[in-house]
Write a protein that binds this ligand. Sequence first.
Ligand SMILES: Cc1cc2nc3c(=O)[nH]c(=O)nc-3n(C[C@H](O)[C@H](O)[C@H](O)COP(=O)(O)O)c2cc1C
Length: 203
Amino acid sequence: MEPAEHINETETTVLEAILSRHSVSPKRVVSPGPTPAQIMQLMAAAAAAPDHGKLQPWRFIEFPETNRTALADVFAAALHERLPNADNEAVTRAREKASRAPVLLGLVLRLHRHVDVPHVDDQMVSGGAALQNVLLAVHAMGFGARALSGQAVRTQSFRAALKLADDEIFLCFIAIGTPTSAPKSRLRAKPETLLTRWDGTSG
Ligand SMILES: Cc1cc2nc3c(=O)[nH]c(=O)nc-3n(C[C@H](O)[C@H](O)[C@H](O)COP(=O)(O)O)c2cc1C
């Protein structure tokens, strides 16, 4: 590896991609989304995430556009489970979430809770790294994406509809498509506020 001052072209490109990535709301993306081949590249990007113990403690689900009405039914059922008195407007809003974005992926953590090493925290972080790799790869391909969880994903009806196992957590959807406008840039934390230096003393 070259020392930092000799940063090469690839590293510059990677850094630029990391620093320029911003989420794009699913309301601001349209077709086309990534092709099936590009979706496989996204999975390859996910597979490059750090994974302590090679447990692969996560997986992805694709929600094809042909199944979105069924997904809308799942969102409606999840809303009724949480809020039995939800009005029609709320149900419509819940259903609409299923139709946003031409490509919709789900990221599921499948935690090995009884494994001592690596700890379950490591496994969760691996899922986060897989998510970020996918978001960055999407950005590098020229698409826009946003990770979205929402309260529906923790309902029993949602978990049952997706046939999630007991040790699985639906972390988030990743809504991907072609941005209709430039993404809003978000103020980032000042780098120096993110770092402290240990003084070498204990206690
Ligand atoms: C696992 C996960 C779930 C998220 N769920 C939601 C969500 O349900 N609604 C939402 O508005 N933002 C959600 N976010 C945040 C957005 O995806 C996004 O990161 C945030 O708006 C900041 O934008 P940025 O990616 O441009 O920094 C979630 C982020 C993560 C990592």
